[in-house]
Design a protein around this ligand. Structure first.
Ligand SMILES: [Zn+2]
Ligand SMILES: [Zn+2]
Length: 317
């Protein structure tokens, strides 16, 4: 926690003065479109995530900046960032996203929880800048029984403070939610937030499982078209920067946030074929957050290969 606690302090810590290496714009192996990536562990150092991605043939990665169930912030050294950037360029990883830990709630009523939330998300953004990542995906939080309009000023203030405390280039992508409980993350919620905080650094990450569970039938061309139109009206499709590619255990509109392996859930292989054929989604990285074929280890090579097979069948490389 120490190194980042003094938000706004001069960049004595690590990442800011590290020379920015050019992003891996020309991957060594060909990635036609829609890079297939995965959430991977960075246990042992940020750069180890690249080895894990390589082993499963992933073309893009998502990592946590620190342990997801704690407030403790991992200190990444300048050497760790440099190693990560070099490994990433060598492996031809096209996109890197961080996923914010789970504890922050930007609508928290409790003052201490709210302050810690702001600090944690700002820290994740600074790590993203240090690592040369595209940005950070965040769950905005929970409004509990309160209405969105009631919590909006608090969420907006939190986001303004976060962006000011981490004034780099990394994007902050708000993720859509499955619609469970008082979770903030409907398309309308995200629209209200980006109107309240009109920063070009605010983006959106669309999770396919969450969208399906929230009642958007993205498995058919008509349903997907209606979904993308609604998202465009709410936030503007230019803000959509990443996809969490997850099949859904729960049925359409179930409001259950239960991810399934690609092709084994309610979205199914045909649903992903629809998604991967959609022109408006062509430029986006696909990031797997699936349980894994063994049901517990998380994204694996088999899920990466399944998505690649579907992608390459839709439009051969
Ligand atoms: Zn997700
Ligand atoms: Zn989820």
């Amino acid at each position: 926690m120490a190194q980042q606690a003094a938000a706004g302090a001069p960049a004595t810590a690590c990442c800011y003065d590290a020379p920015r290496e050019p992003r891996a714009a020309s991957p060594s192996r060909r990635v036609s479109r829609q890079p297939v990536g995965a959430h991977v562990s960075s246990s042992g150092g940020l750069w180890t995530a690249v080895d894990r991605a390589r082993a499963m043939e992933a073309e893009a990665i998502q990592v946590f900046p620190s342990a997801p169930q704690t407030w403790r912030q991992t200190k990444h050294t300048p050497e760790a960032y440099a190693r990560f950037r070099a490994a990433r360029a060598e492996a031809g990883i096209t996109h890197v996203w961080l996923h914010c830990p789970y504890l922050p709630n930007l609508a928290a009523e409790d003052e201490e929880h709210w302050e810690k939330s702001i600090d944690a998300v700002a820290n994740a953004l600074r790590v993203a800048d240090g690592a040369g990542a595209d940005g950070v995906v965040v769950h905005t939080g929970s409004r509990r029984a309160r209405g969105m309009q009631e919590v909006l000023p608090r969420v907006a203030t939190a986001l303004e403070r976060i962006l000011a405390a981490a004034p780099g280039e990394a994007l902050l992508a708000l993720e859509n939610a499955a619609g469970q409980g008082g979770t903030i993350g409907s398309f309308d919620d995200l629209g209200a937030i980006v109107r309240a905080v009109p920063s070009p650094r605010l983006a959106v990450c669309l999770d396919t499982c969450h969208a399906y569970a929230a009642g958007y039938d993205i498995t058919t061309p008509e349903g997907l078209d209606a979904t993308l139109r609604e998202l465009d009206d709410a936030v503007g499709l230019q803000r959509l920067r990443a996809l969490h590619a997850n099949d859904s255990k729960g049925e359409l509109g179930s409001r259950r946030d239960r991810h399934e392996n690609i092709g084994d859930g309610q979205i199914g292989e045909a649903g992903f074929r629809t998604l991967l054929a959609e022109p408006r989604l062509q430029a986006l990285p696909l990031l797997l957050e699936v349980p894994g074929i063994d049901g517990k280890s998380g994204p694996d090579r088999e899920n990466v290969l399944r998505l690649k097979r579907i992608r390459d069948a839709v439009a051969p490389p």
